[in-house]
Write a protein that binds this ligand. Sequence first.
Ligand code: EPU
Length: 446
Amino acid sequence: MTDDVLLVHGGTPLEGEIRVRGAKNLVPKAMVAALLGSGPSRLRNVPDIRDVRVVRGLLQLHGVTVGPGDEAGELVLDPSHVESANVADIDAHAGSSRIPILFCGPLLHRLGHAFIPGLGGCEIGGRPIDFHFEVLRQFGAVIEKRPEGQYLEAPQRLRGCKVRLPYPSVGATEQVLLTAVLAEGVTELANAAVEPEIEDLICVLQKMGAIISMDTDRTIRITGVDRLGGYNHRALPDRLESASWASAALATKGNVYVRGASQREMMTFLNTYRKVGGAFDIDEQGIRFWHPGGDLSAIALETDVHPGFQTDWQQPLVVALTQASGLSIVHETVYESRLGFTSALNQMGAHIQLYRECLGGTPCRFGQRNFLHSAVVSGPTKLQGADLVIPDLRGGFSYLIAALAAEGTSHVHGIDLINRGYENFMEKLRALGANVELPAQATATA
Ligand code: EPU
């Protein structure tokens, strides 16, 4: 498909300003939360990305009206007439995103039943959903696996429960939150994820009337209420997209002002960026990131749950590490297969060796299980343009960065996948002076 290929002529530093809007990993979930309200909700700072469109479609299938609000990037979601959706219509969304799994609790509360299609999302590990179904069962849901998807029923009102997650999963924590708020009694969730997007979802639910407290030891307590109203909320900025552009600035020896980037959610990333040798300047409106000249430094990096170094920051930063002097060590502890993207970087000239061992002391579930989840990056290495096929969202953005930093032209295939989580990335690349073209345009101007 020629229209899914981007030609990237590398070697130009990215320079200029772009804006990030609300977080991809919060906005679709806040949209699902609107299902729980008895009145309309208003969500602001919504990016135009595919995950938002998928959830919007699923909400509309269930009778929620979703329309624009007064300002750009505002959605008004009205769940006054929630109804069952046709299974075939829901199934049309199979494989499109991971968010549909979060419809379980809200639909069980509103309708007494829910149908969840096969999930999509990036292939960066097995990504099972066992925690989700286990907690839903504890709330009293009955789950039946059918050929077309999962069918759930709540024979009576769901009841609060005491749950301990085997791992602080973001999605399973959100599942508990979205289910417990209207369940009968108190829910206590131990070993919960505490990512900033989860805190923001808790803020959304509190605005709706929920009672939720967070302890310092990853325990979240939710006291169920009988009724929730709508909310009016501005989504927190996308710290993952912000870090992607920051890494692009570093790898291309550029200078990018990310309007909307926020320090609070990015502290761990900013510390690491500084250790590598990247410079940044924070003001009220955003953060400027740049390469200050001279050599970048190799670092040891371990991904972890918040407040550790977020796994979604890892792939874009690894491209910058190929330009650092010495041996950088990367230990990925959240996903077992999030380093496969490095083989294409090696084809471009990078020296990255993968290991099955844990190269770091952070507790990790993958050390004894034969997964290539650690890397040693030896740099600096010159990168050459290549033919690249995008493997997943963040890996795909990393390939764009590598192509921009490389000498010569790269053909990046499958760029449509990037639209899943990066709003208007083509316009942003052009605004930063990137020399990119779609083949159709190349032909038109030839
Ligand atoms: N896990 C299980 N069983 C479960 C759920 C999770 O074993 O039932 C494991 C996963 O396999 C993984 C780990 O727990 O090894 C963490 O998964 P988590 O549930 O935290 O991830 P998620 O909710 O599926 C969200 C983001 C990811 C981000 C992770 C971690 C969304 C839509 N996705 O995924 O974002 O990497 O949390 O912070 O919110 C991305 O933006 O590119 C992306 C992949």
